[in-house]
Every structure is written in structure tokens, then in C-alpha cells.
Design a protein around this ligand. Sequence first.
Ligand code: DSN
Length: 426
Amino acid sequence: MKKIQNVDHDIYTAILAEQKRQSEGMELIASENYQSPAVLEAQSSVFANKYSEWFPGRRYYGGQENTDTIEQLAIDRAKEIFHADHANVQALSGAAANLCVYSALMNPGDTILGMDLSHGWHLTHGAPVTFFSKVFNFMRYKTKADGTVDFDQVRTLAHEYKPKIILAGFSAYPRELDYEKFVEIAKEVWAIAFADVSHIGGFIAAWLLKNPLDYGFHVMMTTTHKSLRGPRGALILSKWVVSNPLKKPDDTIENIPTRIDRAVFPGMQWWPHMNTIAAIAVALHEAATPAFKAYAEQALKNAQVLASELLALGYKLVTGWTENHMVILDFSGTELDWSVAEKTLDKIWISTSKSTIPDDPNPPFRPSGLRIGLPAMTTRGVKEEEVKQIVEYMDQAFKNKDNEEVLAELRNKVREISLKFPVPSL
Ligand code: DSN
């Protein structure tokens, strides 16, 4: 940090403040995690200086012998870990990756069938406020009262609207999806089955949650910085398929990967960030180790303890349970909603994020739920015992939301536990 300190005191001070916030507080935002020191080193390496458009072995600019090495390693590792025939590692984010997949496989005006926002989808799955929704026609399926996807509705909508893509994916859904059923319906209407597994990529890599590509999905996207613990970026993974979902003579089976590569470059994105790709390669190397598997197993165990402790205290959970790393508290019918809950937890330095609940009566900016996840704290070493303590502090905070004295005491307790579990790079 000496160099930044000498050059830019303002940024240096902000970095120190953020280090303190991260060290002394708890990160319970389900999509966040900590990059390892090796990943951070790769990210801040000299690869940040290089333009490398196009792909390994066929770049537009010279001097690519080392960028080719790292990108090919990232591709090969991604293919192996996720059982993919093809991997594109250049997308700058999950949002960019989703747009690349849509533009690779559809024309403007074509239909995508994805999950309803309040039932767990993500903004990039067609929120009316996005550019995506001006280009493509998004149709939505919902979950049933038991929290599972309403496949009768998926089938009816698929047959009625003939989507080009059926999208299985979420950012706030605490269950495993039935990938076989999605593929069955996609086949009936000649749609491409696309899974956005951004949240659970790390658990799929560790073989703890199902891999959609093993169940016949054509394309899968995961971000690299959530459960996978890499830098901020994304992987677009695909399979050679044995039938032609697009039914056009030139759409040979190889064309899904080729279309994706072309959609990323030169279609949508142009220059990849090679330092990020180096860091993705390192993260994928780490994801293949027993230590990563142990972290992933513990994160899922921790989520189950979180769910059972909250249930024992009388809290209501969306779908009543969790099968992945996240728990969604449902505050409907109580005096709490996300704005009170999230702000109360902020006061004791526990970070969480608001969430809709199915068919939320409140608008998306003031929803009735709170999403909590433990991958980040699991990376810091937190286990069942600490999870129980965290739930106790959260419960006390909710019950004393207007008592600043109690909140200050809780803040100290949170700080005490947090400091016992250092942030990896600090
Ligand atoms: N930020 C990620 C999430 O929290 O789900 C994606 O938007």
C-alpha cells in the first residue's frame, strides 16, 4: 500500500476505511465473497496493460504469447470443472455475459421464457427497466406455493409463445431447480435451454449442486466472483448438442459455441480484461482443490444451520427452507420489512440485501424480504457455532431496532467475532 499512499492519499484513505469495514463487519450478502491473495495478485498483475481482442491463437494485435497462455488455461480449466465442451472467459460481468448469450442465440423481438422477478429472477432476465427488455420479449413463469417451479405453467407458456430460450436461473431462490424438466420442455418447443447459475457456480464446481450441463442444458453462465471466489467476471459455458434447437440449415451443432464467441467479440464487448482472465484462471485452479470443496461443503452446512435457527425463532422463510447457500426471510405480515431489517443490521455491521418474496405486495425497491448468504463468512472460517451466534445477534437487533444502546453492544459483539476470522488478503 506504500505506493498508493505516496501517490494518492484520498484513495489510500478510502482503501484503509474499506479494509476496516470488511475486517470488523460481517458480509452476509449472498452474492459476495473474498478473493484469495493469489487471485488478487493475478488481478493486479501486468496483464492489466495488454490489449488482447479476439481469442487465443488468433489475436488482432501482436505480443500475445503470454495472454494466449493464460486465456487458454482459463478456458481449459473452466471446461474441465464445469463439464463443458466450450468456454468463453472474456465477459466482463454476468450482465454482459447474459446479453452476449441472448444476442448470440436470438434476434430482436424473439422471446425468452424466464422466472418472474418476485419469484427470484435477476434484472438481466428481462426487467422492464433494462435495455434487454426493449430488444427481446420476456415471458415469465412463477413458483408454486411450495416454492418449486410451476412446470405446468412453464410448459403452457412455452407452447403458447415458442421462446427461443428457456432460462433457468435466479438471484434470490433458495432451492435446487429441476433441470431435467426444463430440458424436457425446451425439447418440446425447440428452444435453447440456458442456465444462469451465477450464484451457485462454486457449488457446481465442487460437485455439491447439480450441473445443468449434465442434464442436457445447451448453455450455462456463471459469474466468477460469487461462490466461485474469483475476480469479478463471468464464464459462458456450452455443450456441443446432438440436435439443432434453432432448426435452420446453417445452425450446425457447433454454432452455439461459435455464435457465443462471436457475440462476445466482435458483437458486444471487444476488449477483454486480461488481468481478470489471469485471476479467473487462478480461481479455477483453486476451485479444483480439496480446500475449495471443504469451503463449499461448509457454506451449504452453514446455510442449513442459518435456516433452522431462524425457523426455531419463529421467522418465516421463502420456500420454508434452503437447498443452497442462501436464505430469504419473509417479513410479510410483520412490522419489519427489508428497509427496517437491512438498516438495523447495517447498524451492527452485518451487511445483507433486500429481496422480493413471491408475488410481493410491495414494489421491488421496497420489498418484503431480506436475502442472507454465508459464502463470504465461510471463506473467513465461520462454522455452525458462529452461525448460531450470528442468528442470535440478528434476532436481538430486530427486537431492539429502536434501542441504540443495545445495537451498539451488538455491534461490539459482531466486531469481536469478525476479528477472529480475518479477511483472506488482509
Ligand atoms: N449482485 C448479484 C446479486 O446480488 O444477486 C447479481 O445482481
